[in-house]
Design a protein around this ligand. Structure first.
Ligand SMILES: [Zn+2]
Length: 409
């Protein structure tokens, strides 16, 4: 029986590996061993693809409580949902691609090669054989290029567009770190429009970041840009920020509403204690610090809880009225930190942080450059009111100690 045989093969493989001491191998033997394992891997990939197809058609995934066949496969193979979806698609296409199917079962194609070939050959079956041969002789990047060309010529462009349009989606999930991730599929024009808008906004942010002396990777700024554009120009990472050209750049109040469920004690203390909650419902836990920041940026709907029972519901409106913004502009034409002098891209800061009871009144608000805002919000720097203005206090204020060069040698 095949299953029994394969289980024995897996067992033999496992014991071969436990005895393997690669350092004792000669170079040529190591090279041969690599080839053998590559072949085993290809054969295993073939087995996975073929059985994945049956997992889907047999509905066993439903009985096992998975949301989809792809979810079942992702769990069983330890891969992500995206790769599992692609694998299933290739497995389905194999039924109509005999040459690919044969090469796969023969251990001549890797899973990646099969996915590439299947996606192209399904559109232009007469190119299948040539692609299988190319896969065996040419590097993967060449194969990918050939496949993309076959795809471009083999498909009815209108039908293909219509199909992408019909299948468009935006989905999200929360990854193992608790970060929110997105995957979108858009028609090329809509994708391009979105990318153009995001890129333009990210470029603006890059200019602002550079002025503030910050070097942030473009992909990070692109993420900020996307959030800013979608949510009306309010950026989570930069409280009170007002974009220069983007939406929300005219002193409009926050347009996003974020719901956070947090224990009042945790909000006051700054971290979650035993049995307490601080989370965005439907997404997952967030640090209390982030909840406080959300409170500064958006209208934070705080569900103050005690354990799992909702004890009270409070809405904390955190819009800075236009009149206050104008007054701040007048009063703080440059970053208030002595000696800074930056006048552009300034952000509004609560001197006494909002999360600690600071009010949204002119006397508790200042304008800071992005860098000083960052230091104050995240690096425990403080502002102290004095008779001649603000004093900037570093967490380890060492100015009194002075500074001397050590003699060398
Ligand atoms: Zn500054």
């Amino acid at each position: 029986m095949t299953l029994r045989t394969l289980e024995r093969v897996a067992h033999d493989l496992r014991s071969a590996l436990s005895d393997l001491e690669p350092e004792r191998l000669s170079g040529p033997d190591a090279s041969r061993l690599l080839e053998v394992f590559a072949e085993i891997e290809k054969l295993a990939a073939a087995g996975k693809l073929l059985s994945a197809r049956r997992v889907e058609s047999s509905n066993v995934w439903r009985k096992k409580g998975h949301r989809s066949a792809a979810a079942h496969i992702a769990t069983a193979t330890g891969t992500g949902l995206g790769p599992a979806i692609n694998a299933l698609e290739a497995a389905r296409q194999l039924r109509r691609l005999p040459a690919t199917d044969e090469a796969l079962r023969d251990g001549r194609l890797s899973e990646t090669q099969v996915k590439e070939i299947a996606g192209a050959a399904i559109l232009q079956p007469e190119a299948e054989r040539e692609l299988v041969e190319a896969a065996e002789k040419q590097p993967l990047n060449v194969l990918k290029l050939r496949c993309s060309r076959v795809k471009a010529t083999g498909r009815d462009q209108n039908a293909s567009y219509a199909s992408i349009r019909r299948g468009r989606y935006l989905r999200n999930w929360t990854d193992g770190d608790g970060a929110v991730r997105f995957d979108a599929r858009l028609t090329p024009d809509e994708g391009a429009r979105l990318l153009a808008a995001v890129t333009a906004r990210a470029d603006q942010l890059a200019v602002e970041a550079k002025r503030s002396g910050l070097a942030e990777p473009l992909k990070a700024l692109a993420a900020d840009a996307l959030v800013g554009l979608a949510c009306g120009g309010v950026r989570t990472g930069a409280p009170g920020r007002r974009g220069t050209g983007g939406p929300g750049g005219r002193g409009r109040g926050p347009t996003t509403m974020v719901h956070v469920r947090v224990d009042h004690q945790a909000l006051v203390r700054g971290r979650v204690g035993r049995g307490e909650i601080c989370e965005i419902p439907g997404i997952g836990p967030i640090p209390v610090e982030v909840a406080r920041r959300l409170a500064v940026d958006s209208i934070l709907s705080v569900l103050v809880t005690k354990g799992v029972d909702v004890a009270a519901v409070a809405h904390v409106g955190r819009t800075i009225p236009a009149s206050v913004r104008r007054a701040l502009h007048e009063r703080d034409p440059v970053c208030v930190v002595p000696g800074c002098g930056l006048a552009e891209g300034l952000e509004i800061d609560h001197v006494e942080p909002f999360g600690q009871g600071g009010e949204t009144v002119l006397s508790n608000l200042v304008r800071l450059c992005h860098w000083h805002h960052y230091l104050k919000t995240h690096q425990r720097h403080r502002l102290e009111a004095t008779e001649d203005g603000w004093r900037w206090i570093s967490p380890d204020d060492s100015r009194a100690r002075g500074f001397a060069l050590e003699p060398s040698g």
